[in-house]
Design a protein around this ligand. Structure first.
Ligand code: ATP
Ligand code: MG
Length: 342
């Protein structure tokens, strides 16, 4: 399939956009002119963010569609490969919790990937970035995002064929649509897992703070590496702490090493993001933290598969709600009693 795409990369895409909608792949081959126009010539004001792979710009097509365009930094063999993998893998996946490919442009030295624009940007911008002060992530939203991202990973690990290991699960790669649904993005580092293979050995890619130890040390990659990164992400979602924090004196502390002693001493409420105040469900918080600690177990074989993680998260939310209803009913009864006494 890749070879077929690369045949298209010879520059002939300057012609009219060729749509694959309704055919094999639901993406479009955009013209450079259209994307230059949509992003106001990649104007600084349109910049949404910058990553290792390139810069992302907001754009609006002539049809009025809002798009995000990722522009590759410099053309090297490495970036060309990441572009090809991203396009190849995104062309295969369709799931409500994965950011799908809208189209791309490849010609000359330009490599551009087009996605749907996500109006609520990425999880990182709400936890630590420019949207953090808006306090838009209340507790139910955080749970919805955690479960959504987990469901995206279930699709990659258990439903896609061949299975896909993402290898770069982190807060900046979880984007949020207008209704705060999570969309897992960035497949430039992803690996396809051939049938019957339990793990692969590769060069280490990904982001410090999220890397499973067996992967960071020996390059041993399996679905359990994504589970580890997801565990770190869960802790980040509930606490709004960074995966690695620099302590005074320059010592670095990983989020798991911060949470573990708090849990051991039963000081759960200290794990929650202080900005939530007391507006979080304590039972749900405990459940999420316990799931996160299982996901970040040092031994990959002890980590739960993503299917189980989703079940654990969902049942925690259900139980939390049941408890809430019981408490509410109790409070209502007490109110009634008070009324009667008056
Ligand atoms: N479809 C999109 N809609 C809205 N904003 C987006 C979209 N895609 C990316 N962004 C924004 O652009 C930023 C940069 O994304 P990018 O994937 O290039 O880098 P990163 O995830 O921060 O780092 P890395 O290159 O290590 O993955 C994101 O944090 C996000 O805020
Ligand atoms: Mg990214």
């Amino acid at each position: 399939m890749l070879r077929r795409w690369f045949c298209c990369f010879s520059g002939e895409l300057e012609a009219k956009p060729r749509s694959n909608k309704g055919h094999d792949y639901p993406w479009e081959a955009y013209t450079l002119r259209e994307l230059v126009h949509a992003t106001n010539n990649f104007h600084e004001k349109n910049k949404l963010g910058e990553g290792g792979f390139g810069t992302v710009y907001f754009g609006q097509t002539s049809k009025g569609e809002e798009i995000a365009v990722k522009r590759l930094k410099a053309m090297t063999a490495k970036t060309e490969m990441e572009f090809a993998i991203e396009v190849e893998i995104l062309g295969r996946v369709r799931h409500k919790n994965l950011l799908s490919l809208k189209g791309f442009y490849a010609g000359g030295d330009e490599r551009l990937i087009v996605y749907d624009y996500m109006p609520n940007l990425s999880l990182i911008s709400h936890l630590h970035g420019r949207r953090a002060a808006d306090l838009l992530l209340d507790w139910p939203r955080r749970m919805k995002i955690a479960i959504g991202a987990a469901e995206g990973l279930v699709y990659l690990h258990h439903e896609a064929s061949p299975h896909i290991i993402h290898r770069d699960i982190k807060a900046s790669n979880v984007l949020l649509d207008a209704d705060f649904n999570a969309k897992v993005a960035d497949f430039g580092f992803a690996k396809l897992v051939p049938e019957g293979v339990s793990h692969l050995t590769t060069r280490v890619k990904g982001t410090l703070g999220y890397l499973a130890p067996e992967y960071a040390m020996w390059g041993k990659v399996s679905e359990a590496c994504d589970v580890y990164s997801f565990g770190v992400l869960l802790l980040e979602i509930v606490s709004a702490r960074k995966p690695i924090e620099k302590l005074p004196g320059g010592v670095k502390r990983e989020i798991v090493n911060w949470v573990t002693p708090l849990v051991e001493r039963g000081r759960w409420e200290h794990v929650a993001d202080p900005r939530l105040g007391d507006k979080f469900d304590k039972a749900q918080l405990r459940n999420v933290v316990m799931v996160a600690l299982r996901c970040t177990n040092g031994r990959p074989e002890n980590r739960p598969p993503m299917l189980e993680v989703v079940e654990l998260l969902k049942s925690g939310v259900r139980e939390g709600r049941t408890k809430e209803v019981v408490v509410m009913k109790k409070e209502m009864r007490e109110d009634d009693d008070d009324g009667w006494r008056d």
